[in-house]
Design a protein around this ligand. Structure first.
Ligand code: ZN
Ligand code: ZN
Length: 183
């Protein structure tokens, strides 16, 4: 038995052949999957799949890379997390990889959004799905300041050095390694 703890099967290219995707899962002994939310605009498609398939679960959150989307409040996330299939808050975190013309100072909106998600995780008691890219110091600092270790959660697609992993593990987080660690 395997659990896919991070998939986006509501995305184009997967959603349009979902029965086949779920059949492939079964053949590979993947018994459960967590379909991870990236913004509130597409959350209904995540919840729809989770509602239709008993072994698919959902999270609620807005990805740090998603700009010009609806900005969630703590209350919004808490309300949406009441859906019976929602088991986590995220994906959230920080991503400074695509700064473009901007500086890290300009990314306060991302840090604020991350804090909102951590507060929602506290309020719901649900674990966090944390995305961090080129931003590990700020990610860990905010996790420490907001006591993210109390809900705990997972650092997904982790590609940081061991010292960073140790600090996340010390805060009650799991580390997830995916294919991108080989890039
Ligand atoms: Zn993801
Ligand atoms: Zn991610």
């Amino acid at each position: 038995m395997f659990v896919d703890s991070h998939c986006h099967i509501n995305f184009e290219g997967l959603a349009d052949r979902l029965p086949q995707v779920l059949e492939n899962m079964r053949e590979q002994s993947v018994t459960h999957a967590l379909c991870v939310s990236v913004d509130l605009e597409t959350l209904p498609s995540v919840l729809d799949i989770a509602s239709r398939y008993e072994n698919v679960y959902a999270s609620v959150g807005v990805h740090p890379d998603h700009e010009d989307v609806q900005e969630p409040s703590v209350a919004d996330l808490v309300e949406l997390a009441k859906h019976p299939k929602v088991v986590a808050i995220g994906e959230t975190g920080l991503d400074y990889f695509r700064l473009g013309e901007r500086t890290i100072d300009d990314m306060e909106w991302q840090r604020e959004r991350f804090r909102v998600h951590i507060r929602a995780a506290h309020a719901t008691g649900k674990p966090l799905i944390v995305h961090t890219r080129a931003a590990s110091e700020d990610t860990l600092r905010i996790m420490e300041e907001e006591r993210a270790g109390e809900p705990g959660g997972v650092m997904h697609c982790f590609t940081e050095p061991w010292a960073i992993a140790e600090r996340a593990i010390a805060q009650n987080f799991f580390i997830s390694l995916s294919g991108i660690v080989t890039f």
